[in-house]
Design a protein around this ligand. Sequence first.
Ligand SMILES: Cc1cc2nc3c(=O)[nH]c(=O)nc-3n(C[C@H](O)[C@H](O)[C@H](O)COP(=O)(O)OP(=O)(O)OC[C@H]3O[C@@H](n4cnc5c(N)ncnc54)[C@H](O)[C@@H]3O)c2cc1C
Length: 497
Amino acid sequence: VTPGSLPTGLLADLEAVVGPGHLLQDPSLRAPYEVDWTGRWRGSAGAVVRPGDTAEVAAVLSRCHDRGVSVVPQGGNTGLVGGAVPRDGALVLSLARLDHLGAVHTRPDGGAAGEVVVGAGASLGAVQDHARAAGLRYPVDLAARDTATIGGTIATDAGGLGVVRHGATRAQVLGLEAVLADGTVLDRLHPPLADGLGYDLRGLLVGSEGTLAVVTRARLRLVRPPDHLGVAVVATEHVAAALQVQRHLADRLGPLEASELMTRAGLSLVAAAPGVRTPFAAPPPAALLVEVAGDRGVGEALSAAIAEVVEEVRGVHDAVVGTDAADRAALWHLREAHTERLAEGGVVLKLDVVLPEPGLPGFVEDLDGLVRDAGGSDAEVVVFGHLGVGDLHVNVLGLATGRVPAVEAAVLEAVVAAGGSPCGEHGVGRQKPGWLERVRAPGELAAMRAVKAALDPGGVLNPGVLLPPAPGAGSLAGQQEGPADHLVEDQQGQGPP
Ligand SMILES: Cc1cc2nc3c(=O)[nH]c(=O)nc-3n(C[C@H](O)[C@H](O)[C@H](O)COP(=O)(O)OP(=O)(O)OC[C@H]3O[C@@H](n4cnc5c(N)ncnc54)[C@H](O)[C@@H]3O)c2cc1C
């Protein structure tokens, strides 16, 4: 299917399903759906269709399936690996209108304080507010909360700021409703409590990045909000000291609610924005932000533990503790503003990776040199991330497009060499299918391809995302052939050279 060439009969059918206002064909209306949040991934859509409920999603999918037309599910379009960006004139299936928020139910059992059923298009922030209004909390949180959708966070198994305490999105999904490529609706919203029979379809769909089915509704676990919170930012000489501080504080205070790493380049960028309150005279080489929960005395307990850390851990420069809401927010801003500040500086190469603890400090220390040696001598490297789970966001600014493949390969090779994973919480998307082959055994990849072929035999759902081409295959299963598209990453995102 080439850009603008979706079969006329199909467009008329889709319009009959969703109504004329929800089939977008005009280039100016399609445009925001054709480029990602960073501006790095661009493509072209034959049209954008915006169904209003599960039945409409099913009708759209079955009509596309019958005609072999590729469909790219899209939520808030905040994903950072190009997975929601259409290519070669595929149809964008926007889930934004499925934003229903069901009633919050409290539950007496220990696994969850409550639960709620929401539409896939509800924003993360709307779900958080909805839970908060009922005295509970949805524990997934990330800086794109006002735009990212529940469906997108499920499809990417988003981690985020609370991952060290509550786990990634997978741990919050109690039930799912989803639609297969051929329009079959799978209703696993309320599986029986003793649901040990058969395959775990819910588990299979979380993290499948829109390649196996379209998520339409989810039943989510809610937790009790902490009574009191304390936040500290500890300035250190290097990342190794930040890791030691993290260990010490977790031993002393119990599970941390959040544990985030920042480094000098990122802190300098954030501090340069007008009106930002910075706790240190000059940005330190590394800084650890920790949040802890507890009773009324949590602030004192945190301050006492921080005093010990300053005394006992070598390489700690300074520390600041915030207990009231304004101080906590000011400290969190230092970390949360990173992605937006980076985006203001132009198109950024983003590599989200996971490192095991022993290799993590050395990896960060070597990054500048690695990037320079791979041809990025003019580039600036900003690294930050969820230290509690070893997930690092490597950002390379000011890199000429032609240098991207070499720099990407050098950084990801170093991750693999350190025993880490080149694919972190942002997923695989269009950026890293080839890298999946480096960390998944051939048998596992064959099993994944078999699952894809069974659930989406026509290969219409998100072709080119997540799975690398099968050995010997010229193109990804189901990928439409067509003239060169404008996907900026076309030549760059398939993996190791
Ligand atoms: C400022 C900022 C901060 C971020 N911080 C974090 C972070 O801390 N942790 C983290 O993990 N990510 C983070 N991200 C990345 C992003 O927000 C997450 O990946 C999020 O889960 C994407 O949600 P979305 O609705 O925007 O999905 P989209 O970008 O629209 O889609 C992402 C993928 O999911 C698929 N998809 C979307 N909706 C559905 C559906 N209903 N059914 C099936 N497939 C679907 C798409 O096809 C695509 O492959 C951040 C992004 C930004 C811009």
